[in-house]
Design a binder for this molecule. Sequence first.
Ligand code: NAD
Ligand code: AHE
Ligand code: ZN
Length: 369
Amino acid sequence: MKTRAAVAFAAKTPLEVVELDLEGPKAGEVLVEIMATGICHTDAYTLDGLDSEGIFPSILGHEGAGIVREVGAGVTSVAPGDHVIPLYTPECRQCKSCLSGKTNLCTAIRATQGKGLMPDGSTRFSYKGQPIFHYMGCSTFSNFTVLPEIAVAKIREDAPFKTSCYIGCGVTTGVGAVVNTARVEPGANVIVFGLGGIGLNVIQGAKLVGANMIVGVDINPDREEWGRRFGMTHFVNPREVSGDLVQHLVALTDGGADYTFDCTGNTDVMRQALEACHRGWGTSIVIGVAEAGKEIATRPFQLVTGRNWRGTAFGGAKGRTDVPKIVDWYMNGKIEIDPMITHVLSLDEINKGFDLMHAGTSIRSVVVY
Ligand code: NAD
Ligand code: AHE
Ligand code: ZN
């Protein structure tokens, strides 16, 4: 079949909207009509050539929602007509990682996914006879895409696509980092570095679990109003702090925060986030994805004296199990999404979404097909 898609033909080059050929689903796969997709900073990071796994030409996008249109042989958990959210972290429920109960990082298809391929080692997309690679197993910047059955979460049909697509990455990552990874307890003090599409969801997660101080840190002054809208109690602009930012934050939180979250992808900020944790017990969670080649550093004494450094992918969420619950949280008003969707674009306008992100004027841009 044919599908319209925004193709990343090369790094550091705007996406091009073209009509592609798409092969139907093979055994264990499903064809999904993507109805809406968010644009996450990770898409920009790959498009900017900063992802060590970046492959071109490819179809980016990993934050979508859509409808199953066809299923391949042996598919039992979803059927045509089902509403689904594609999962870049699948959940096979059979691999060592899934069975461990200790992680959401299913390993069933990770090797081929990282190479831009389906589990059988081939790609379903082609353009003028040349293969086009998948991205993060999702490729939601295509109107139709093919996914392994284990990489779709079935969701309720009354959830709007335009907003629920954000649960495919940003919402689940931010809220999940608080509830699944850090397990922030009521009364804890929290610092969130970077108040974009992920950081604001960390803030709303921290409010949800009853955190005490929720300190937001961002170099964009416009983000103060955004943070307060979702429960931030204090705002710090590093550019307005005279002296050392970490010392300022440690003083503000009476010895350091119980939990800090990096939502910037900047390795210097990751260090600040660790060092702003409370001596003896503070935990810092790395969410941000750093540029290829970047490394994190701190004095080992920071760890010797009881600070913990951890990371999270997709908020520690097990996709097929947890994503439908997060959709319920949204539909029941436990969490908010609508105000964070600041821009709605057509597929032809998709490059504008990247420009808005880089300019710091959007929280989430969503492409509606
Ligand atoms: P975004 O562009 O919407 O937000 C980033 C925010 O960080 C902006 O508000 C920006 O002003 C702020 N910022 C930049 N430099 C800063 C600094 N030095 N100090 C303080 N604030 C600073 O991006 P996003 O979509 O929210 O994504 C954030 C990061 O999370 C990215 O690195 C992205 O790749 C990553 N991410 C990780 C996961 C995961 O599963 N681990 C999931 C989604 C996104
Ligand atoms: N490919 C990069 C790493 C990118 C990365 O860390 N991705 C996150 C999701 S970001 C979503 O916006 C993730 O889930 N990672 C776990 C995984 O298995 O990919 C690199 O550095 O090579
Ligand atoms: Zn993302």
